[in-house]
Design a protein around this ligand. Structure first.
Ligand code: 5AD
Ligand code: SF4
Length: 412
């Protein structure tokens, strides 16, 4: 969109005509980072330079006009449903107009307004299939800053996927806050499992991933896809958030420890080499030591290859923010340390099991070292190996020779 306005990317923020911060407010830490960055950017403007400073994304959505009031050097605030206004807003800002737009658009029109993602051609691309979330997990700000859930029309998704395939893309990552509930609100659209089957029919697309999944909406129909769609990736992100029923209930997650583990074992029995990644929150208000131990034991039962773990962060306006968050900080950090320690062990042990095995790798570019190329294996991990640049863009079989914490070394 900025290219159409005559702008080009620069690596030098001091000389940039415009700086836009694309922001996240899912945890307090991410939000504070935005304010620190903004305070730094202000320095560029001190010498009277005409530079447009803009904030987009979830912090923009959450704070709106207030941001303009608080930060006199800020020019634009662009909410999560207002990206289509960017050209007009930038043209206004060039004439010195300050503006904030954060109106939610809760109808289908939103999908047509959302600009398609252009940019450099890559072999793996994200494809938005739905936006927003209706779940209101008690700790989560997403429904407030991204609005109600809305699914894109499957016909539009398939047109985009076919176009990407024509452009040389080999892997698509279907993207949404909760892809599993895709299409459930509409009578005319397929379920998420149905959508995957249609995407799998697109010639040229050879690998399909998706993120992120809500365990409560992980249907048997979707689980079955892992049995008979070889294009479906060998990794699934299935955030549990906690292993304790009491905490899950307070979080409003809509499933129990047992029903989560039941879905995991169904998936494992249907595709034994499937690897799991997940998200866990520690230190949720009222989490006791036995609750936390339930989380560790859930991790033992699932054995995630990678886990994103977070200390609970109260978010304004959420239900959990009203709960008594009186667990001492030291205790929360101690739990996070113990959890990460266990995860490091699991990551190490699971990674080691790949040594000597073959893996299908989509070669995406040059590797870290001279003579190496690099790509992603079926389980989503980076694999580096000695190989010619002509392999870029192809799927090859690689034998894994060494496992590092976040990547593999292999041999063609
Ligand atoms: N505090 C800590 N972690 C959170 N997440 C979402 N909201 C919060 C919060 N208030 C985590 C969840 C989610 C991931 C994207 O961020 O684990 O899955
Ligand atoms: Fe947030 Fe995910 Fe729950 Fe939606 S389903 S409220 S995005 S944690």
């Amino acid at each position: 969109m900025m290219a159409d306005l005559g702008y080009a990317a620069t690596n030098d923020p001091a000389s940039a005509d415009m700086i836009l911060l694309n922001t996240c407010s899912v945890r307090g830490g991410a939000e504070e980072k935005v304010y620190r960055r903004l305070a730094n950017l202000r320095i560029y403007k001190r010498d009277g330079k005409k530079q447009i400073i803009a904030v987009g994304g979830c912090v923009a959505q959450q704070e709106g006009d207030e941001l303009l009031r608080k930060l006199p050097y800020l020019d634009l605030v662009i909410g999560t449903h207002n990206l289509h206004l960017l050209p007009d807003m930038v043209r206004g800002a060039e004439r010195g107009e300050r503006r904030s737009e954060t109106t939610f658009i809760d109808n289908e029109q939103r999908l047509d307004l959302f600009p398609s993602i252009k940019g450099e051609s890559r072999l793996s691309r994200f494809v938005t299939i739905m936006q927003g979330c209706d779940n209101f997990c008690s700790y989560c700000i997403v429904p407030f800053v991204r609005g109600p859930e809305i699914s894109r029309r499957s016909a539009d998704i398939l047109t985009e996927v076919r176009q990407l395939a024509d452009d040389g893309v080999r892997e698509v990552i279907l993207l949404g806050q909760n892809v599993n509930s895709y299409g459930l609100k509409s009578e005319n659209e397929p379920s998420f499992a149905g959508l995957i089957r249609k995407v799998a029919e697109v010639a040229g697309i050879d690998r399909i991933r998706f993120t992120t999944s809500h365990p409560k909406d992980m249907s048997d129909e979707l689980i079955a896809c892992f049995a008979d769609i070889p294009k479906l990736s060998g990794q699934i992100h299935l955030p549990a958030q906690s292993g304790s029923d009491a905490v899950l209930k307070l979080m409003g997650r809509g499933y129990t420890r047992d029903s989560y583990l039941d879905k995991v074992s169904k998936l494992k029995s249907i595709r034994p080499d499937l690897v799991f990644t997940g998200d866990i929150i520690v230190g949720f208000p009222g989490e006791t030591e036995p609750d936390f131990e339930q989380t560790l034991s859930l991790m033992e039962a699932v054995r995630y290859i990678d886990l994103f773990s977070f200390v609970y962060s109260p978010r304004p306006g959420t239900k959990a923010a009203e709960l008594n968050d009186d667990l001492p900080k030291g205790q929360k950090m101690n739990r996070l340390d113990r959890l990460m320690e266990l995860q490091r062990r699991h990551t190490r042990e699971i990674s080691q099991t790949y040594i000597g095995k073959r893996m299908s790798v989509l070669v995406e570019g040059e590797g870290k070292l001279p003579g190496q190329v690099s790509g992603k294996g079926d389980i989503g991990r980076i694999v580096n190996f000695i190989g010619d640049n002509s392999l870029i863009g192809t799927f090859v079989e690689v034998k894994i020779t060494k496992a590092y914490p976040n990547s593999f070394l292999g041999e063609l």
